[in-house]
Write a protein that binds this ligand. Sequence first.
Ligand code: SF4
Ligand code: SF4
Length: 154
Amino acid sequence: MWITLRHLFMPKYTVEYPEKRRAQAPAFRGAPALVFDETTGKARCVACGICARACPHGAIHVTGVAGTDNKRYVDRYEVEITRCLFCGLCAEACPYKALMMSPVFELAEYRRFSLVYDRACLQGLDEPLGKLEEAEVATGAREAVAVKEVARVR
Ligand code: SF4
Ligand code: SF4
């Protein structure tokens, strides 16, 4: 009882999450995110695959295409976030600074296939693949496509 009473008058270290949040440390590592050029809107990634090779868990899948200007562009970039260790090795390995560790850490989803992030998801990190509208859940159309997508990745 004495300990409880003593703590009543001590400074509080807890916050009412999620209404209130503590500031994140500058080096906090959340989900990996692709970096997009602000002017052109294109991904900086050139699909060299170094990040995929640096990933100790094989969570990154990347393929590229050659553009008409003889430059290489990313075609498919996916991160299986359930396999990600948030180690940051992929971001460190990228020679083009095209990948960063975002501050996003609230990654819970109801469906497993929603945890495979494609290029669009990695841009905003707020619309994971397969986030379905209610009507689409009813028809199951997009769900089937997303399940196939996950099978292709595995
Ligand atoms: S994110 Fe960087 S390391 Fe990974 S494929 Fe793109 S350019 Fe290469
Ligand atoms: S943070 Fe680590 S585990 Fe996650 S994708 Fe990058 S290298 Fe792989």
